[in-house]
Design a protein around this ligand. Structure first.
Ligand code: NAD
Length: 257
């Protein structure tokens, strides 16, 4: 399947799942826009390396997904897009009574509101061209909850709601919108939770991974960034033309429990 001639923007793609999805879309022939807020030398190098590895055109555009004007500017600066992957996300783990208000605001802004602003900026061009894919990276936490992740769970449930509404508004215009709901994928966002979980549960690293994290994932394995990328490529194929407004779990069985 070739995505030649399609331009994809992947928000928050200098690491983890976003980077994995960008790479799989590039391998399928799409033109790629990589994004982060850091604008570091490594970000530009990532884009150059991906272009060299895959033969795709790959650009880096800096934009802070916590800022509505940056979200819209990202789409404008890219020249619009045919494929929009709303992936940028952060996490904070604390009891509701202790949850800092500024962390709540940042998680809602980056994990949920950014997807609204980029989608609002991208849809018009997709409608004009009669083809588009909006793929929101939600989470198993968009369908279920865990304690101490109030902002994240609220944001991801919001992303699933936004996905359904976008799909209904876009229906019949050649544009689909779906959410991928990963279970645990061993990326920096998960790595950062391991030391806290070790302290909270008084466990070593391996026990936290096995008994706290993967206990929710019946397969007993992490999902991979390549699997997220492959799922995104499938959603961009013609086989997925009538798949819209839904969630696709890639979670080793978590949400079947
Ligand atoms: P990660 O920490 O590796 O990646 C997060 C990305 O978001 C990075 O590229 C980072 O630069 C970017 N980002 C953070 N704040 C930003 C901002 N203000 N502006 C622009 N970019 C910003 O983590 P990941 O696991 O790859 O997470 C990617 C997405 O997948 C997130 O939405 C996350 O909630 C979701 N997810 C991850 C898992 C998992 O187990 N790793 C599970 C379910 C869902």
């Amino acid at each position: 399947m070739s995505l030649a001639g399609r331009r994809a923007i992947v928000t928050g793609s200098n690491s983890g799942i976003g980077l994995g999805i960008a790479r799989e879309l590039a391998k399928a022939g799409a033109e790629i826009v990589i994004n982060s807020f850091t604008d570091a030398e490594e970000d530009h190098k990532l884009a150059a390396d991906m272009a060299a590895d895959t033969g795709a055109t790959v650009r880096y555009i800096q934009a802070d997904m916590s800022k509505p004007e940056d979200c819209r500017a990202l789409v404008a600066q890219a020249g619009g897009c045919d494929i929009l992957i709303n992936n940028a996300g952060i996490q904070h783990v604390a009891r509701i009574e202790d949850f800092p208000g500024d962390k709540w605001d940042a998680i809602i802004a980056i994990n949920l509101s950014s997807a609204f602003h980029t989608t609002a900026a991208a849809l018009g061009g997709m409608y004009d061209r009669g083809w588009g894919r909006v793929i929101n990276i939600a989470s198993a936490h968009g369908l279920t909850a865990s304690p101490y992740k109030s902002a994240y769970v609220a944001a991801k449930h919001g992303v699933v709601g936004l996905t359904k509404t976008t799909a209904l508004e876009a229906a019949g215009k050649g544009v689909t919108c779906n959410a991928i709901c990963p279970g645990y994928v061993l990326t920096p966002i998960v790595e950062k939770q391991i030391p806290d979980q070790m302290k909270t549960h008084n466990m070593d690293r391996e026990t936290v991974i096995r008994e706290v994290m993967l206990s929710r994932q019946p397969s007993g394995d992490f999902a991979t960034v390549e699997q997220m990328g492959g799922t995104a490529v499938f959603l961009c194929s013609s086989a997925a033309d009538q798949i819209t407004g839904t969630t696709i779990s890639v979670d080793g069985g978590w949400t079947a429990l």
